[in-house]
Design a protein around this ligand. Structure first.
Ligand code: NAI
Length: 469
């Protein structure tokens, strides 16, 4: 007899496990099929390991700064990366165990193997030559993404790596070329620079961090350059030549040829959706030419009762967007008519130093969308808490819609670069998504002294009056 479930999820990353947990909490009978490890990229080779290593870099910066606080360190700090790697693995293992017990506690059935969706929402699970078939009244495809590579840079795990291999390095390479100045490239460049590597960041566009507000990418670029990261933008990476120890990377910069010998090349040029990995034979599911599964605004594929969420669909490839989409699908299945997720207002957090966090429209995208805007920017250099912790770089920028009377009205976007901004975004995200006006937000009290009062200050100055602006 074929086992039946209210919901079968293929892929156990953030989108998949969020749907499984939320669905089972709502009383659905749920199964999840995973060919690797529950937790997906985020837990095993993405967000969690990257942030753990970045935290090592942050501790190192604090130790180096200790003398400013009168704390004498008798010698230069020495990093043993293998200890940080063990710590990283312990955190992953704890979260992995916790996730598995949460799923077990909610009676979600976990199938190990590759899930292949066929007609009538039947899923064939293949593992070690054995096959089992289950059926879902509803099916969620959450098969995720894998690092993209570029021609001329075969991944060998020694001198050329993607994030998959890089996050397990045991020693700090002396010289590194990071290809791609997006979220991953900037986090890795920042980490390596802190750990002591000499870093060249190669980006094909004219600025790093595409998608960020220009003032924010400029702030990060300035800070990176000050620390000694060599940023090459508008370049075309051509290839490399070397052995398992070192290699010479070639690129052209507006026609001019350049080369640099490095010990490691990290390729961080985006992630490719795994649109084709769940079979889909004899279904109406459409996969586009980039590999994304096509969905409508309710995350439905063209096959009745089959949904898709997470990195495999063309929405921001962020773990928390996966969570939100997994929850959305469950609500849809339950007939609760949830509000569609607007990709332009999701929160973004990038954990390089300085950190970046934002939600909503950039100045440029707001203007392109036809809004008349009023803008306010405040720098951390004037913030008491920032001075106390010794991290005064960066700014908060708020973009508001100019109303008919010429006053700043609804908050369209908030963009931050600076100390711990990833932890400060919450209220800005709410303001953007609740479509709050600057007057409404300015009426609320900000605790003092905090880093986050800079957001309140920036908003208050948009009301036409401010304390310190
Ligand atoms: P990305 O799409 O954010 O950035 C890739 C960068 O590589 C772009 O700036 C692009 O212009 C550049 N590029 C592409 N081809 C190139 C080439 N041949 N030569 C030089 N530069 C080239 O992708 P990334 O950073 O790999 O991240 C993948 C996904 O994961 C993204 O959606 C990202 O937002 C997400 N992510 C988010 C994080 C966060 O929010 N903290 C952290 C890590 C990843």
């Amino acid at each position: 007899m074929t086992k039946n479930y209210d919901l079968v999820v293929i892929g156990g990353g953030p989108a998949g496990y969020a749907a499984a947990l939320y669905g089972s909490a709502a009383g659905l009978k749920v199964a999840i099929v995973e060919e690797n490890k529950i937790g997906g990229t985020c837990l095993h080779v993405g967000c969690i390991p990257a942030k753990e290593l970045l935290e090592t870099a942050s501790v190192l910066r604090s130790v180096r700064q200790a003398k400013d606080f009168g704390i004498a360190i008798s010698q230069d700090p020495v990093i043993d990366l293998s200890i940080s790697q063990n710590r990283k693995q312990t955190i992953i293992d704890q979260l992995f165990t916790g996730l598995n017990s949460l799923l077990a506690g909610r009676e979600v059935t976990i199938y190990s193997g590759t899930g292949l969706l066929g007609a009538n929402r039947k899923i064939e699970i293949q593992q070690n030559g054995e096959t089992e078939v289950i059926q879902g009244t509803n099916v969620l495809l959450a098969t995720g993404s894998t690092p993209r590579t570029i021609q001329g840079f075969e991944i060998d795990g020694k001198t050329v790596m993607t994030s998959d291999e890089f996050l397990s390095i045991e020693e700090t390479p002396d010289r590194v070329a990071v290809i791609g100045g997006g979220a991953i490239g900037c986090e890795f460049a920042s980490l390596l620079n802190d750990l002591g590597s000499s870093v060249t960041l190669l980006e094909s566009l004219d600025e790093i961090l595409p998608g960020c507000d220009k003032d924010i990418s400029t702030a990060v670029r300035r800070s990176f350059v000050k620390k000694g990261i060599d940023i090459q933008t508008g370049v075309q990476v051509e290839g490399h030549e070397g052995d398992a120890e070192k290699t010479t990377v070639s690129w052209s910069d507006k026609g001019e040829a350049n080369q640099r010998e490095v010990d490691l090349v990290v390729v961080a040029v985006g992630r490719k959706p795994n649109g084709h990995t769940a079979g889909l034979q004899d279904t109406e599911v459409v996969v586009d030419e980039k590999g994304f599964i096509e969905v409508d605004e309710k995350l439905r594929t063209k096959e009745q009762g089959v949904w898709a969420a997470g990195d495999v669909i063309n929405t921001p490839q962020l773990a928390h967007v996966g969570f939100a989409e997994g929850i959305f699908v469950v609500k849809e299945i339950l007939g609760e008519s949830p509000v569609s997720i607007d990709p332009s207002t999701v929160p973004w957090c990038i954990y390089c130093d300085p950190e970046v966090a934002f939600a909503g429209l950039t100045e440029e995208s707001a203007k392109t969308a036809g809004y008349k805007v009023t803008i306010s920017k405040h720098r951390y250099s004037g913030n008491g808490r920032a001075m106390i912790i010794g991290e005064t770089e960066g700014l908060v920028k708020v973009i508001a819609e100019t109303d008919e009377s010429g006053k700043a009205g609804r908050i369209l976007g908030v963009h931050m670069a600076g100390p711990l901004v990833t932890e400060q975004l919450g209220q800005a995200y709410l303001a953007v998504n609740l479509e709050a006006t600057v007057d409404e937000v300015a009426n609320h009290i900000q605790a003092h002294p905090t880093l986050s009062e800079l957001f309140g200050e920036t908003v208050m100055s948009l009301t036409g009056r401010s304390l310190h602006g």
